[in-house]
Design a protein around this ligand. Sequence first.
Ligand SMILES: Nc1nc2[nH]cnc2c(=O)[nH]1
Ligand SMILES: [Zn+2]
Length: 459
Amino acid sequence: MALDKTIYIGAFVHCATLTELEICTGGSIGVGDDGKIAFVIKDRNSESLPAGWEAAREVKIKDHGFFFPGFIGIVSDTHIHAPQYPNAGVFGKSTLLDWLNTYTFPLESSFSDLANAGRIYKRVVSRTLSHGTTTACYYATVHVPATNLLADICKEKGQRAFVGRVCMDQMSPDYYRDESVDSAIEASRACIQHVKEIDPGNDIITSIITPRFALSCSTEAMKRLGDLHRETGVPCQTHISENPKEIELVREVFPECSSYADVYDKAGLLTPKMILAHAVHLSKDERALIKKRETKISHCPASNTALTSGAAKVRELMNDGITVGLGTDVSGGYTPSMLAEAREAIFTSRHRAMLDGDEAKLSTEEVLYLATRGGAKVVGLEERIGGFEVGKDWDAQMVSIVGVDSSLDLYQTVGPVEIFGGESWDDKVAKWLYTGDDRNTAAVWVKGRLVHKTSNFEG
Ligand SMILES: Nc1nc2[nH]cnc2c(=O)[nH]1
Ligand SMILES: [Zn+2]
């Protein structure tokens, strides 16, 4: 689809490094008709437009707002279960294993009904886009037609997505499981093939091989999925070391393996293109193995707190040199918002700090990095998304914070973020992170295409 050449004008905020925000208050970014950033002007007063851009369309920021890279969670939300969205906020006092049996498997099994799947998947994709999630790493269900439908919906709505059919051939309910290893592999191949047909170049949609977790997959199934991963180059995602009872059971079910990480390693699944969600209780040896294999981790703090799984030691993972992103893990996590997830990451780190010392604290800059550039690295798209550099895709959100305008004596805010006029730019970003919500996400673009807008967007 041809896009208009567009110049985005106003303030731009992105993560220069893990610990530094780069804030250009008077900049412009030109996005070509291919959806890629063609130029970045950091100061409009001292730099003029490149030739040929005089007649380009303009999109301007209002008042205190700014452009920010789209969230990459696993969103990218680096870890979200699309079929579990109707249960967001519904988990009672359960912990992982009883939560799966009580809430999750019954809901996921209902995706054998394609009309039901379509109704829910449309809402998940619209909702995550409205929160600024430009890339999502989705778990679907075991069902091939519904998984393919999720890929179709992401493509149609324009959300960059990794879409995985869930494999589960053991220790799963009779009413919801793969019947055999052969049928599981065949079904996974069918979903990989579907994505090849709808998006051969993985422009927006990528298939992802998805063994649910070690307990629901036989050794044979995991080995065959490892072979499929090697044969196709398709990335992988799964869960690891989330809950103490789960870890104990993994020990009992796989006595030949020295650790949870070793179960995946022996199956050929611990590779640079594998995303492991949770990683709450990893041992030092497991962390060393994950680092050696260049495997990525999705930190899911809201879910880890809700299901009382534990508080992951993110500082330790980062100090080990492991690449970390953020995931909402809906509906283990209650929220589809990566902004809320970033807050949860901050507060979980503060609880860790009360046990481990101040170094454990994550800063505003660090969690925004995990939600953008960190997520881009986790999904292997760091050359294409995550920040505002020439040649990258325009995956961005316009953050709208209309504040006090003393000249007009107006007082109008978008959502709950209050701006009184004395705030520095760092303060404004922090206020957005701590007090903002989807009302502040005025518009969202993926690869230059406008994929969400509110009434606060005039463009
Ligand atoms: N949080 C979470 N952990 C899991 N482990 C296996 N399946 C799941 C799931 O659906 N959610
Ligand atoms: Zn999960």
